[in-house]
Design a protein. Structure first.
Length: 248
């Protein structure tokens, strides 16, 4: 596994509140790295800083050999950092394929093609096709996105992310609201994506986290209290105290 994203002492302050405090984390191609913690631990703020949606107060982010700490979100997306959100962000009135094509188009803009339909962009259409095939949604390409099941909508969000051809996937609670069967499908998808991507997974479903993650980082009050293999995290007394209020 090769390290693609390196984060060193990343910090975000909102006035007198430190939402993320000196967090260091590495993401590797071929690995799911889960970040867990109770509500308010700073997990979503961390993802927002990694994706460039909010600026960091201190610290450094490197993508491969390039520092991206000061780069805005659109630039980071073009460089290979993709993300999904806690809330569904699809275009329900468009088809599944159109959702992916629109996402892909952001990577291959054609501002000079003033007299051509956006649908004429072969590169965007091909990227959308590949993303739908990878996520198991190819058979639903012509369906209106708003008619999909909740689990399929979450898969579509991942497909839209893939259509931008990222190397890093930042997934913010992709399993929220899913039943057991839908969760199984999403975890199988993450396993298929893992060989070619570095995946950061923020999730509250602990059973799913321990099934799919190679490494787990635990945050409490904006800081990392433990990071390691699932077995190490499961047996860490600080983690057990933070979650259960006891070391027993």
């Amino acid at each position: 596994m090769s390290t693609i994203l390196q984060v060193e002492r990343l910090t975000r302050r909102f006035g007198g509140l430190t939402a993320v405090n000196a967090v260091s984390i590495d993401l590797n191609i071929g690995e799911v790295h889960a970040v867990i913690g109770t509500n308010g631990a700073g997990k979503s703020t961390l993802i927002n800083m990694l994706s460039g949606e909010i600026a960091s107060s201190e610290g450094q982010i490197r993508l491969a050999d390039t520092e991206v700490t000061g780069q805005p979100q659109p630039r980071r997306a073009l460089m290979g950092i993709g993300r999904s959100y806690q809330r569904t962000t699809i275009f329900p009135e468009f088809t599944v394929h159109e959702n992916c094509r629109l996402a892909a188009q952001a990577r291959t803009p054609r501002p000079w093609a003033l007299w051509e339909s956006a649908r004429a962009c072969v590169a965007s259409a091909q990227a959308a096709d590949a993303a739908l095939e990878a996520t198991g949604l190819a058979a639903e390409a012509a369906r209106l996105a708003g008619t999909l099941s909740h689990g399929a909508k979450r898969q579509l969000e991942v497909a839209m992310c893939l259509a931008t051809q990222p190397r890093v996937l930042l997934l913010d609670e992709p399993l929220a609201g899913m039943g057991a069967e839908e969760t199984d499908r999403m975890l199988a998808l993450l396993e298929r994506l893992k060989p070619d991507h570095a995946i950061l997974l923020v999730e509250h479903d602990m059973d799913a986290v321990f099934r799919v993650a190679e490494r787990i980082t635990v945050m409490v009050n904006g800081a990392v209290i433990a990071s390691g293999s699932p077995d190490a995290i499961r047996n860490d007394p600080l983690v057990r105290t933070a979650y259960l209020g006891t070391e027993n």
